[in-house]
Each structure stands twice: as structure tokens, then as C-alpha cells.
Design a protein around this ligand. Structure first.
Ligand SMILES: *Cc1c(COP(=O)(O)O)cnc(C)c1O
Length: 473
């Protein structure tokens, strides 16, 4: 009984802390104030010989970590592409820990295996992907790429009679990966892990609008018609939120027998909205897709999704049983669809998020965050010295800040842009990241959090205005 009392006491304590944390998000600092040295001084201690009471562990943890936690769960965090976490998904994530299932198999987590099945069905519906596609829940888009490209590798090489699961890649026919020069770095890492290698990557120059030109892809495919090819298209460029011309590119790639993979980490979510779906028109004809749950859907880390049109290739490449054909009429074991053995039941948080929002709620989340991003780009760009570099149709945008001195050059504008970003972050009122885009330093604006309101937008614009004033001259 004593142990049970201990256990519930620490959960009660954590609940109180969590409530205070969430209530404090609107007025507490968005940036961390603790330095690396301070954090190390608090945490890098000798492992204690004796144990510590659970309540005390949590008390000390909160005390030592709090000023080193970014306010990315709140509504004024616009750096990287980072979502918040919906209330039902946070609670479901807690339950996932309490239940502590090994979600590898139906046998080890009966309910969670079925919850994962319904997540697959709902996600395909919301993202307007083929109902027949296979799927997996991964740690994020990074590992979703690994799974999808393992399936691609299998399918392409099998065509030439090469069993890559058995023989590996030594002496295998060449596989190359064609993509625009704007690709996300996670793609390259997936190629390294899969043994396809960085050299397999062919970077094609995107045009002025940031899109992959159809004629360039055609010339590249036709330049080496006998080589197996994967074409990777992005749904939503990281900086600009640009989308490719999927209809034409996919039709072309398929006519040359290439596998088409979509990096839709955040941009694929536009398919969930009637107002934005046109941006991904034709994308459903690709062969594999990845999207993140922990970004725009607002489930806690870590959670990504992969979908594969050729379910047999998917199963053959990562299944635990390594049999060629997917079994039917039995339970779906998650272990057969991703590259993990023991694993967290991450479907539970996704299920809760989708259920909390409903189809309409997902669409509203997408539309609302896109609209706030547009407002931020326009209003920050209109501030003194501000310049809109890229205003997208979705939740991403770029602005920069010009140095007003008459002889100022591009290096001065870069310096000023970085100074304004740092000043905003230091104020603790909002958080932005910087990026170098087409040779210029820019402030990146990404709105992914369900919590962001018009009040947050207003407060953020005011904070940027103050930052501009503070680093004048
Ligand atoms: C974030 C991101 C990734 C990597 O996804 P993780 O979930 O961080 O693994 C890949 N591609 C794009 C376009 C992204 O924005």
C-alpha cells in the first residue's frame, strides 16, 4: 500500500505542476534563460548510490529543468516547424506511459494494435491518400523516409530480379534518387542509413518559384533510362512552403517507371483542408508518402507516419517475418510495418488528437495557422526596415530586416536580421529561427500550434517592433 501511495503521490504532484505549466504558457518566457553551463552544473552529477523518493525526483527535476524548457508548447513559438500538443493527445500520451504496452504486436498490446489500425484508416482519409495503401507510425518523418525508401529499394531492385533483403546492395544494380536542391536533410540521412549512399542523390535545380521543373526531371530521367530511379518530391518547402506540380511530375516519373516518394512532413496536411487541398492536387498518385504527427497535427513527440501504395514491397522490406506476401485475415502487427521491435504505442496520442479535432477540426487547424502565418509575415514585413522575402499560401514565410544606413550592403542586412531575431528571442515574448535562403539571412516564420491566437499574433508583432527599436543604431 505504501508503494501505491507513493505512486499516486508522484502523479498528483506532476499533475499540479503540469496544470501550472500550461496555465503559465501565456505569460511565461518562450525562450530558455538557463545557460548550457548552468544546466550542466545542475544535471551532470555523480549517479547517487542511494535512491530518491519519486516525489523528490520530480520536484528536483522541475526545479533544475524549468528555465531550460522552451515555450514551444505555447502560442508564440514560430521557429523550425514545431507543433504543440492537443489536450486529448497529451492525456492519451500520459495513459500510454501508464499502460506501458509494448506496441510491437497485437499479442503484446491488443488494444493499441487496433488503435493503430484505425489511425491508419483515418489518416489516409484526412490526407486523401489511397485507402489501399499500407502504413506505419514511426518516430518522425526521418524514420518514415527510411521505411518508405526501403520499400522503394525493394520494389525497384526486385524488378531486375535482385533480392535486396537477402543479398544486400553489394553488386546490386544502381538506384538513384532524383530530387530538387531544396530537399530536407533527413532524405540524405535516410539514403546513408539504407546503404544507397549520398552519391545516389541527384540534386535538380529548382526554378524561381522554388519548384522542380518538369522538363529538367524529364531530361534527367531520359539521360540514363536504364538506371532505377526514385523521384522525391516535397509537399511544402521548409522555408517557403512551396509545392511541386505533382500531377505532371508524377505522371512523367511513372511513365519512366520511377518510384515517387513524397516528403510531406508538414505540407501533406494541406490535403485535410478544402481551402488548401488544391496545393497537393495529384499527390495521391505517388508511391509513398510521409507526414508528421508531432508537427501540424499537434500530437506530442515522437510521431511520424509513412504510407506505401505497394503494401507487399513495404511488408517485404521491413517485416519481422521477412515473408514476401503480407498475411491477411490476422491481426495487424505493427512490428511488420516499421523498423522497430519493442516500441511505444504512439498511435494512442494520434487517435486522441484526431478524435478531439474531427475532420473539420483538422481542417480548421490548418486554415487557422496558415492565416496567422500570413498575418505575421505581412505585419512584421511592414515594420520599420522589414521586408517580406516570401509569403506563402500556407503556414511558412520569410522576412528580413534592412540596415537603414545609406551605404549598407547585403552583409549589413544579414547582420541586422540576425540581431532582430536574437533580440526577439532574448525578450522571451516570442521565438523565431533564422535561415539563409538564396544567400540572404531571413527570419523564418512557421505557425503550427493549435494554441496560437490573434492575441499571440498581436503580441508577437509588438515584440518584434520593440526588438527593432532596441537594436537601432
Ligand atoms: C521536419 C521535417 C522532416 C524530418 O521529420 P522529423 O519528424 O523531424 O523526423 C523531413 N522533411 C521535412 C520537410 C520536414 O519539415
Amino acid at each position: 500500500m505504501k508503494n501505491l501511495a507513493h505512486e499516486t503521490a508522484v502523479l498528483d504532484k506532476t499533475l499540479v505542476y503540469a496544470k501550472n505549466y500550461i496555465e503559465g504558457l501565456s505569460h511565461s518566457r518562450v525562450s530558455a534563460s538557463a545557460t548550457l553551463d548552468q544546466l550542466r552544473a545542475r544535471f551532470l552529477l555523480d549517479l547517487p548510490e542511494a535512491g530518491t523518493d519519486p516525489c523528490e525526483v520530480i520536484e528536483q527535476l522541475v526545479r533544475d529543468a524549468s528555465d531550460g524548457i522552451l515555450g514551444s508548447a505555447g502560442g508564440r513559438f514560430f521557429a523550425y516547424v514545431i507543433g504543440g500538443a492537443l489536450p486529448a493527445s497529451v492525456a492519451a500520451d500520459w495513459l500510454t506511459s501508464v499502460w506501458d504496452q509494448n506496441a510491437a504486436m497485437h499479442a503484446s498490446s491488443p488494444a493499441e494494435a487496433v488503435i493503430e489500425e484505425v489511425c491508419g484508416t483515418w489518416l489516409k482519409e484526412v490526407l486523401h491518400l489511397p485507402a489501399s495503401a499500407s502504413f506505419a507510425l514511426t518516430t518522425g518523418s526521418q524514420m518514415a523516409h527510411v521505411v518508405a525508401l526501403a520499400a522503394a529499394r525493394h520494389a525497384l531492385l526486385a524488378r531486375l530480379g535482385w533480392d535486396v533483403e537477402k543479398c544486400g546492395l553489394r553488386g546490386a544494380p544502381e538506384v538513384r534518387i532524383l530530387t530538387s536542391d531544396q530537399y530536407h536533410g533527413s532524405l540524405e540521412r535516410a539514403l546513408r542509413i539504407l546503404g544507397l549512399g549520398r552519391d545516389a542523390l541527384v540534386r535538380l535545380q529548382s526554378d524561381e518559384r522554388g519548384q522542380l521543373p518538369v522538363d529538367l526531371l524529364q531530361a534527367t530521367l531520359d539521360g540514363r533510362p536504364d538506371v532505377l530511379s526514385v523521384v522525391v518530391l516535397q509537399a511544402g518547402d521548409l522555408n517557403t512552403g512551396v509545392f511541386d506540380n505533382y500531377k505532371d511530375l508524377i505522371e512523367l516519373a511513372h511513365s519512366r517507371r520511377a518510384w515517387v516518394h513524397i516528403d510531406g512532413a508538414f505540407g501533406l496536411w494541406t490535403a485535410a483542408s478544402d481551402a488548401h487541398r488544391h496545393l497537393v492536387d495529384g499527390i495521391e498518385r505517388a508511391d509513398s508518402w510521409v507526414a508528421d504527427g508531432h508537427k501540424w497535427l499537434n500530437v506530442p513527440y515522437d510521431c511520424g507516419y509513412v504510407f506505401v501504395a505497394d503494401r507487399d514491397a513495404h511488408f517485404a522490406s521491413v517485416s519481422h517475418k521477412e515473408s514476401y506476401l503480407a498475411r491477411v485475415d490476422t491481426a495487424r502487427d505493427p512490428i511488420d510495418w516499421n523498423a522497430e521491435w519493442s516500441r511505444r504505442g504512439r498511435s494512442v496520442a494520434t487517435y486522441a488528437a484526431l478524435k478531439q479535432l474531427g475532420r473539420k477540426g483538422v481542417a480548421d487547424l490548418i486554415d487557422r495557422t496558415c492565416s496567422f502565418a500570413g498575418q505575421l509575415v505581412d505585419q512584421i514585413g511592414a515594420l520599420e526596415g522589414g521586408e517580406v522575402v516570401w509569403r506563402s499560401e500556407i503556414n511558412q514565410g520569410l522576412v528580413r530586416f534592412l540596415d537603414a544606413r545609406p551605404d549598407a550592403g547585403s552583409a549589413d542586412h544579414d547582420t541586422r536580421t540576425d540581431a532582430v531575431i536574437s533580440a526577439v528571442t532574448a525578450s522571451g515574448e516570442a521565438f523565431f529561427g533564422g535561415t539563409t535562403w538564396r544567400g540572404q539571412r531571413c527570419m523564418r516564420i512557421s505557425v503550427c500550434n493549435w494554441r496560437t491566437t490573434s492575441d499571440d499574433v498581436e503580441r508577437t508583432v509588438a515584440a518584434v517592433a520593440r526588438a527593432i527599436a532596441s537594436c537601432r543604431g
